[in-house]
Design a protein around this ligand. Structure first.
Ligand SMILES: N[C@@H](CCC(=O)N[C@@H](CS)C(=O)NCC(=O)O)C(=O)O
Length: 248
């Protein structure tokens, strides 16, 4: 069923935004996409901060909720409860889904995000960060592979918002220099989800609306834009990891 009152998803081409687009497509809701120029600092304007004081995308504007909603996990939960789909209403399976949604939000997203960040640096630089986040990424990909080796979906007995939240992040596996053949169950789970028409439509819509402006603003970002985006400041001390490596 298609709704007449349109929703707006503010974002860029990134996993946290893709997961919301997948949910909107699964629910066949009508929505517009609005690009937020992160590299130009649009997330720090008063207009954007009024939508999300944390200054991050995605943000969903949904007339049915009547207030802007940020944090992709909260957005998925809202849409699931609004529609009665992809999150069991009660019982143990509901909390299984919420547990794995939290794993995605608290570990998979932030750790893979940090690994992606440190991999932007020239090879050989920052070996400590590369090693730390590479090991964390491998552990998380392994956890997911083991999780779906004896079950079809990440949580509960059906495809849920735990799968929707995890899928766009799992797709980083090759970009992180791991091979799908070493994660066979995860690879099959990815194919099951990736072949869903709603998932295909969501990826295509994000690609068409956001990929070009994301690349364009990234390429034209000044040194100052990049410092702001990456949170780099001259207060960051010269590299000295002795305090965190000397554990004994
Ligand atoms: N926990 C948040 C993370 C959102 C997030 O990290 N968004 C990134 C893009 S994927 C962002 O807006 N970064 C801009 C910034 O930090 O200045 C969620 O899942 O919605």
């Amino acid at each position: 069923m298609t709704e007449s009152r349109s929703l707006t998803l503010l974002g860029v081409a990134s996993p946290n935004v893709v997961k919301v687009a997948i949910m909107l497509e699964e629910l066949e809701l009508s929505y517009e996409l609005k690009y937020v120029a992160l590299f130009k600092g649009e997330q720090f304007t008063p207009e954007f901060l009024a939508l999300n004081p944390l200054g991050k995308v995605p943000v969903l504007l949904d007339p049915a909720l009547g207030r802007p909603l940020a944090e992709s996990g909260a957005i998925l939960q809202w849409l699931a409860e609004r529609s009665g789909r992809f999150l069991p209403r009660d019982g143990a399976d509901r909390y299984d889904v919420l547990q794995w949604l939290m794993v995605q939000m608290s570990s998979i997203g932030p750790m893979l995000g940090q690994f992606t960040h440190f991999r932007l640096l020239p090879p050989g630089s920052e070996p400590y960060s590369h090693g730390r986040y590479g090991a964390l990424a491998e552990r998380l990909y392994r956890l997911l592979d083991e999780r779906v080796s004896s079950r079809e979906w990440i949580a509960g007995t059906e495809y849920s918002i735990a799968d929707i939240a995890t899928f766009p992040w799992a797709e980083y596996l090759e970009r992180h220099d791991f091979a799908w053949k070493d994660f066979p169950a995860l690879s099959r789970w990815r194919e099951r989800i990736g072949s869903r028409p709603a998932v295909r439509r969501a990826k295509q819509r994000i690609q068409e609306a956001f990929s070009a402006p994301t690349v364009e603003t990234m390429q034209h970002a000044s040194a100052e834009d990049l410092d702001r985006f990456f949170g780099r400041t001259d207060k960051v001390p010269v590299r000295d990891y002795s305090a965190v490596t000397r554990l004994k």
